[in-house]
Write a protein that binds this ligand. Structure first.
Ligand SMILES: Cc1cc2nc3c(=O)[nH]c(=O)nc-3n(C[C@H](O)[C@H](O)[C@H](O)COP(=O)(O)O)c2cc1C
Length: 482
């Protein structure tokens, strides 16, 4: 079986993963809402993004003091993520799996829309040029949050792509947040060992395959992996790139805005606080700085912004972590039919696994598979096992399984002292407890758990189906609730 659940991989072919193509697809699918009134980049835009981040992408056409529109919540729901790529869930998983496993070298682009406008050193003022948002009242300033940073490790020559927020410090100087263990941090260490600064290109509003490569971490995208090649693997053909105008770094030719610069070896500034994906603020602290050497953009670019404590940050990892979970458990047992990283667990901390037990000999395999998933995805802290008559993509159905098929005395496995994510505040610097909630029915008792099924309506598309709108129901009720 393929990591997408057995379908889709052979159907995806070559993908157009351009950022503008993605926005156009969302628009056609009715998943791009336009905000035409003038909005303030100081807290208002991010506040609106947060309020609506379970819905459509938002295009803020008129941003106070700026010519450039802001787009947010582009990948904030699984539906938008799939529509942006023009794929269904199985196909998107297949495309991401292809990127994880296949290298396709970038290709030199004939044209470079990303460089239609160029600002050299001396004429750069990031805060004036771009509608860089202040996201939350507790944040330490204005942050570029949707930039994919491309660097070439000076020791290994491998190109790395990753998201790192940038805090505006001066017109052409920013602080950069690099968490422990990041490959960008390793490349910076290598540059420092060689006594060099590290050239970087920050791509805002860039190729979606590259966005996914940059969101992919850990064993799925090891340090040795060239992430421009991984993006090519996901697309099914090489990513068109051009060299930066001031740094020797390849950038996707169709990027909206590129901030070029060098990460300064040994120079630090005060960064943060900033509202993080877990919903709490990360504290202020010292951070490396970037000296901006040039800025390039398309004609009439759009500025992509992502709320740190918003759904887009976490949804960007959902599909790829589901691929990782499937790849970890499938070699253990074929009884896992599907997995879901649900939104309540921030698409990262909780996993629901559907099992298909065909005989008593399948008993126990679900729990073994859970151990494999914990091993592969260290941030997981809870796994729920269900039978495959439960819709694991529907949180209500999953809770129904827990309510009717789970008994804590026999179905709860508790494993303290295990490594998880250090942002989980109930842990001790990342060491905490993992749990399996086994809501799968023992094979021998399955007859007792047969769900009630109702008679199918005799006439498909009957008058009743057609009339089943809120207004009609209210009129049947006598309109008393109107
Ligand atoms: C929207 C978004 C913003 C992120 N911001 C940061 C950040 O500011 N600092 C950081 O260290 N990681 C951040 N991350 C996480 C890394 O970019 C991500 O884990 C990446 O895979 C790490 O790259 P690497 O595997 O090349 O080290 C962010 C991820 C996303 C999706």
């Amino acid at each position: 079986m393929t990591p997408d659940g057995g379908r889709g991989a052979d159907r995806i072919g070559i993908l157009d993963t351009g950022f503008r193509t993605a926005l156009a697809r969302l628009d056609r699918a009715g998943l791009l809402a336009r905000v035409s009134r003038t909005v303030d980049p100081d807290l208002e835009v991010a506040g609106l993004m947060k309020r609506h981040d379970a819905g459509a992408a938002l295009l803020f056409e008129s941003v106070k003091d700026h010519e450039i529109p802001v787009v947010g919540n582009v990948f904030a729901t699984p539906e938008s993520s799939e529509a942006a790529m023009g794929l269904d869930r199985a196909q998107l998983r297949a495309a991401l799996a292809r990127g994880i496993h296949t290298d396709v070298e970038p290709v030199g682009a004939a044209a470079a829309p990303a460089q239609e406008q160029v600002w050299q050193k001396g004429s750069i003022n990031l805060g004036e040029q771009f509608p860089v948002l202040k996201h939350a009242p507790g944040d330490g300033g204005r942050f570029v949050t949707a930039g994919v940073l491309i660097v070439r490790d000076p020791l290994t020559g491998v190109r790395n792509a990753s998201f790192h927020r940038l805090q505006l410090l001066e017109p052409d100087r920013v602080a950069i947040k690099i968490d422990h263990g990041r490959h960008l941090g390793r490349a910076l260490d290598h540059a420092q060992e060689l006594g060099q600064d590290l050239p970087v290109a920050v791509c805002v509003g860039t190729d979606v395959a590259l966005i996914y490569a940059a969101s992919t971490m850990g064993a799925l995208m090891p340090e040795s992996r060239d992430e421009l090649c991984a993006a090519g693997g996901c697309r099914g053909q090489g990513l068109p790139v051009v060299p930066g105008v001031s740094v020797d770094v390849d950038v996707p030719a169709e990027t909206e805005i590129v901030i070029e610069g060098v990460i300064k070896a040994g120079e630090q500034a005060h960064e943060g606080p900033f509202g993080e994906f877990v919903g709490y603020a990360s504290p202020a602290g010292p951070a490396p700085t970037v000296d901006v050497t040039a800025v390039t953009a398309r004609h009439e670019p759009v500025y992509h912004a992502i709320n740190g404590a918003g759904r887009e940050t976490i949804v960007l990892r959902k599909h790829v972590l589901e691929v990782a979970a499937l790849e970890a458990v499938r070699p253990v047992t074929p009884i896992v039919t599907d997995v879901c990283m649900p939104s309540g667990g921030l698409h990262r901390f909780h996993l629901v696994m559907a099992l298909s037990k065909r005989s008593e000999r399948d008993e126990g395999w679900g729990r073994n598979a859970a151990m494999a998933a914990f091993g592969a995805l260290k941030d997981l802290n809870m796994i729920i096992l269900t039978d495959d008559d439960i819709d694991i993509h529907d949180p209500v159905d999953v809770e129904y399984a827990l309510a009717t098929r789970f008994d804590a005395a026999s179905d709860l496995l508790v494993m303290p002292g295990m490594r998880g994510h250090e942002y989980v505040r109930t842990s001790q610097a990342g060491v905490g407890t993992k749990a399996v909630l086994d809501a799968s029915v023992p094979y021998a008792q399955r007859a007792d758990f047969e769900r009630i099924s109702f008679e199918a309506p005799s006439e498909e598309g009957s008058e009743l189906d057609a009339a089943y709108s809120g207004a009609t129901v209210l009129s049947w009720l006598g309109g008393q609730h109107a």
